[in-house]
Design a protein around this ligand. Structure first.
Ligand SMILES: *[C@@H]1O[C@H](CO)[C@@H](O)[C@H](O)[C@H]1NC(C)=O
Ligand SMILES: *[C@@H]1O[C@H](CO)[C@@H](O)[C@H](O)[C@H]1NC(C)=O
Ligand SMILES: *[C@@H]1O[C@H](CO)[C@@H](O)[C@H](O)[C@H]1NC(C)=O
Ligand SMILES: *[C@@H]1O[C@H](CO)[C@@H](O)[C@H](O)[C@H]1NC(C)=O
Ligand SMILES: *[C@@H]1O[C@H](CO)[C@@H](O)[C@H](O)[C@H]1NC(C)=O
Ligand SMILES: *[C@@H]1O[C@H](CO)[C@@H](O)[C@H](O)[C@H]1NC(C)=O
Ligand SMILES: *[C@@H]1O[C@H](CO)[C@@H](O)[C@H](O)[C@H]1NC(C)=O
Ligand SMILES: [Zn+2]
Length: 504
């Protein structure tokens, strides 16, 4: 072999190393640099509301332009804070510990409500997507999303807008656009929480004209969102997910269950809100309280559960010190006295046009009125696609995939939710891998040829392929350490990607 040939072959070899590295990583590279995700949650938007209003923007911009599951499943108890935290962490309620909007923690002998950071801090292992994103150099923003105002693993989100009542949907949308287009730290992930139609649903009931009016405002808001995305040239980069936490069932005022008629109130205390109450009592009084409640359930519409009840185990609502030994669950359309107190409070605050029908949620997930919505549209999603059932804990995997983040431990499964992606989760991992492997095999072949040629012809100047490659890698490393201006940014991003993919 001639010297010229050896030099040419060496150059080719070096090129191959580069090609192999970049070729395998290309799909994720695109994701890394451009993709943005907006997750909108419309509190208390039951799936049954889809038939209640002649949707315009929700239908065209999202349902026909995107993907949605046949059925979207939420977690028991079907309350707001627990489900929003499950979406963000991919964990069952019993695992992340937000097992109600307010809870009593028996191991701490403390009660936490919606304004307490400790509500979210029971399990130090939770890795909300907004935190993972910050840890990987992204910028997350949260508008009123439950649990997002707390620092996890010592990290806050970049943008935070805390809860305030009656926030306008279009103003939250303006805020999101502002964050996406921020010049210094542009957000690539935003969680937007909107308190309607839950709020009016509780007061006036799911069939009220007030709910319909909120649905109209929401539809206009969706129209406004797409107008803004277009104006700011974000249509091709932002993936939009619109979802809810639970639905709403009608509750008649005559359907209030008064526990004081059933069991002596000095024997126990309660945490949680209707329809599910956690009943706390001392070990000595447990049997008495349990038998009284059981007796009462023969004549009133509620069920008594022990913590280890097979139903509770199946709902993954059992293994937590915040869940009491005894719980009571009112039947759909029924509530306990705490709900009546809430309505009385609303009346006192001057709510007008009240009827004797209101609304509540928290009932089991298989009750159709509790079913939430999920629809996703944007560059990453299939158009007009109806997917198999998936669950709100699976959203975690989806978001991690969209943002190229290594997911933390979670209870979700990727199989069903992955089908809504243009490029399914499995194939984006397997494709780069197979390209890289193919490249490596070719490379090894070349090394063989080169090594052969060198040992045969150049006995007095043994330059092994290994040292060639080592030299190359060494130079690369030195370059990185000396922090010279990068000539090839994509290569550096590839290295970053490689780490992430290894961890998946
Ligand atoms: C729990 O705390 C309350 C005060 O908040 C106290 O009265 C009660 O004795 C405590 N219970 C236990 C078991 O420590
Ligand atoms: C997170 O933000 C809070 C204010 O909301 C601040 O008190 C805290 O120091 C921040 N923590 C970190 C780690 O930045
Ligand atoms: C936002 O919506 C409110 C009513 O829902 C309306 O009064 C206001 O003009 C809207 N603002 C924008 C910028 O569209
Ligand atoms: C409310 O509307 C639902 C359909 O959305 C219907 O099934 C139900 O019977 C209605 N309830 C009342 C109390 O009118
Ligand atoms: C319990 O609910 C059923 C069905 O909604 C109703 O027929 C029955 O009257 C209720 N019982 C009581 C005690 O309220
Ligand atoms: C996937 O979808 C099928 C069909 O809808 C459903 O039976 C199954 O339970 C779903 N799997 C998961 C893990 O959600
Ligand atoms: C849910 O995920 C957590 C974290 O990985 C794990 O500890 C727990 O056992 C899981 N629960 C179930 C029922 O799989
Ligand atoms: Zn609610």
């Amino acid at each position: 072999m001639e010297w010229g040939q050896i030099i040419l072959l060496s150059i080719w070899l070096l090129l191959m190393v580069d090609v192999c590295r970049t070729a395998g990583m290309e799909p994720s590279l695109k994701i890394m640099s451009r993709r943005k995700v907006l997750v909108i949650s419309l509190d208390g938007f039951g799936h049954h509301y889809l038939d209640k209003y002649p949707w315009r923007y929700l239908a065209t911009n999202l349902y026909s332009a995107g993907s949605y599951p046949r059925k979207f499943r939420n977690q028991f108890v079907t309350k707001t804070f627990p489900n929003h935290f499950s979406v963000a962490t991919g964990l069952y309620e019993e695992v992340h510990g937000v097992i109600g909007n307010n809870i009593y923690d028996s191991s701490l002998n403390k009660t936490f409500g919606m304004d307490d950071k400790e509500l979210f801090m029971q399990n130090p292992l939770v890795s909300p997507v907004w935190t993972l994103n910050e840890e990987h150099g992204g910028h997350s923003g949260c508008i009123m999303w439950p649990g997002c105002g707390v620092a996890y693993r010592g990290k806050n989100v970049t943008f935070l807008s805390p809860f305030h009542q009656h926030a306008l949907f279009n103003e939250s949308i303006d805020k999101s656009i502002e964050w996406f287009t921020n010049e210094r730290t542009p957000a690539n992930l935003i969680f937007l929480y909107h308190e309607e139609p839950d709020h009016v649903g509780h007061i006036y009931g799911p069939n009220s004209s007030q709910v319909e009016e909120e649905l109209r405002k929401i539809d206009e808001g969706i129209g406004y969102l797409y107008q803004m995305l277009t104006v700011h040239k974000l249509r091709d980069t932002v993936d939009v997910i619109v979802m809810s936490d639970h639905g709403m069932s009608a509750v008649k005022e005559e359907n209030v269950i008064f526990l004081d008629d059933i069991v002596d109130s000095s024997l126990y205390h309660i945490s949680g809100t209707s329809p599910l109450l956690n009943v706390w009592t001392t070990f000595e009084k447990q049997l008495e309280v349990y038998s009284s409640l059981l007796e009462g359930s023969r004549t009133h519409n509620y069920t008594v559960y022990l913590k280890e009840d097979p139903q509770f185990l199946a709902w993954h609502y059992s293994k937590n010190t915040r869940i009491s030994q005894i719980s009571i669950l009112a039947a759909e359309g029924y509530v306990f006295k705490d709900f009546k107190n809430y309505i009385d409070y609303m009346k006192k605050k001057g709510a007008t046009d009240l009827t004797d029908t209101h609304g509540n949620h928290g009932y089991p997930v298989d009750i159709p009125n509790m079913e939430p919505i999920f629809v996703a549209a944007g560059p990453s999603f299939k158009r007009g696609f109806k997917a198999p059932d998936f669950s709100n804990i699976d959203t975690y995997m989806l978001l991690c995939h969209l943002l190229n983040l290594a997911p933390g431990p979670n209870n979700g499964t990727a199989d069903n939710i992955s089908s809504i992606l243009v490029e399914p989760i499995s194939s984006t991992l397997i494709r780069p891998l197979s390209v890289t492997l193919g490249c490596l095999v070719a490379l090894l072949g070349l090394i063989g040829i080169l090594a052969c040629a060198l040992t045969k012809k150049e006995k007095h100047r043994p330059v092994s392929a290994e040292s060639l490659i080592n030299g190359y890698v060494h130079r690369k490393t030195m370059r990185g350490q000396r922090r010279e201006p990068l000539q090839d940014v994509s290569e550096e991003e590839c290295l970053l990607d490689a780490n992430i993919i290894d961890e998946v």
